[in-house]
Ligand binder design. Structure first.
Ligand code: UPG
Ligand code: 3PG
Length: 327
């Protein structure tokens, strides 16, 4: 053990979120606890034709038909150019086109926009978000996230944790090698500036659930800033004691390139900056740049934009405007 690790091992762990495992939340017990509470599962999907159908099929078969825990499955088609929408419909989801939801508003882009539109287009008292590119999806992903919310009225938000391997194109598995932006950017930033959130082992993971009430009271950062922004803003709104973490076992997904993750990292850093500024913890003499100069292996340089924008809390929108849920 090197000296840094030894020093840290001697420090008592900070108090973290309420913790449990997916196995702690069996389906029969949850069915009893559900009562009148309605549940929506929302999947953001951009070109996920290979995986979205299987995920929807499992949720419908196990959690709509066999154990009626889920009231609606909504896939937000995030400008896909492949057969994502058709496959999701065939598997039994309601599919909404991202730009057709609240279509009177100027469109924004990225995953955060897809989630905010999914929140607007869904109706459940509890909303469960699940990425549509998962290779490891199982029923326990949804039931595990629902457990703390269905049995404890004090819990407002539940985030997944899991072991995240890196799976190479040739199928080689590197245990613990996944979640590169999580390890190199998100968790260091949280530890530095929001240490109460350090106990969330997978802050960027796309699987989490919350009560609609609280989701509608926080802004949604666009692009890949959304998870980081939600964690920080929900900590401020509901406090750590209303936040829980559930271990779902193992997560595998489609990996993005290092260059794409560099852009994601930029978006997350800008999100963190915006929260530090909003919380009055940095006094800025100027705004940070939102461009990133990237270099390809052949030395070719490309200037890309990593700006993030923000949707306001949904509850602050005028409610008479009809939600166009698309076809
Ligand atoms: O413009 C977009 C981009 C992505 N997605 C969907 O969002 C999910 C996650 O996107 P992905 O590109 O697979 O992200 P990851 O590389 O897996 O990034 C991780 O880190 C991100 C930043 O926190 C999180 O948003 C992701 O959920 C998390 O898996 C997938 O279903 C995508 O199809 C959209 O709907 N619209
Ligand atoms: O969560 C992350 O850090 C990013 O999604 C990258 O994940 P990956 O390293 O497993 O591709």
């Amino acid at each position: 053990m090197d000296s840094n690790r030894r020093a840290i091992a001697n420090v008592r762990p900070r108090s973290g979120p309420h913790s449990s495992n997916a196995a702690d939340w069996p389906l029969d017990a949850l069915s009893g606890a559900k009562g009148d509470t309605t549940v929506s599962v929302v999947l953001p999907a951009r070109d996920e034709q290979d995986t979205v159908g299987d995920i929807v099929t499992v949720i419908r078969r196990d959690l709509v038909e066999r154990w009626p825990l889920v009231d609606e499955i909504v896939v937000v088609d995030s400008r896909s150019t492949d057969a994502t929408a058709e496959r999701a419909v065939r598997a039994g989801a309601r599919v909404v086109a991202q730009d057709q939801v609240l279509s009177h508003l100027p469109p924004m882009s990225g995953k955060g926009e897809a989630l905010w539109k999914g929140l607007a287009a869904s109706r459940g008292d509890i909303v469960v978000f699940v990425d549509a590119d998962l290779r490891s999806f199982g029923t326990h992903y949804v039931s595990g996230l629902l457990g703390p919310l269905l049995v404890d009225t004090g819990i407002q938000f539940v985030k997944a944790t899991y072991e995240r391997p890196y799976v190479g194109a040739d199928g080689t598995v590197q245990p613990g090698g996944g979640g590169r932006v999580t390890e190199l950017v998100a968790r260091p930033l949280l530890n530095l500036f929001w240490p109460e959130l350090a106990g969330f082992a997978q802050p960027l993971g796309g699987e989490y659930a919350a009560r609609r009430d609280v989701l509608e009271r926080v802004p949604f950062v666009t692009e890949y800033g959304v998870e980081f922004g939600l964690l920080v803003d929900l900590l401020g709104l509901v406090g750590l004691d209303a936040m829980a973490q559930v271990d779902l076992g193992r997560r595998t997904h489609r990996h993005q390139s290092t260059a794409a993750l560099g852009r994601m990292a930029g978006q997350i850093m800008l999100t963190a900056w915006s929260r530090l500024e909003r919380q009055g913890r940095v006094v800025a003499s100027g705004r940070p740049a939102h461009t990133l100069l990237q270099f390809a292996p052949d030395g070719q340089a490309d200037l890309v934009d990593v700006a993030v924008a923000e949707r306001p809390p949904l509850a602050t929108l005028v409610t008479e405007v009809p939600v166009n849920a698309g076809p």
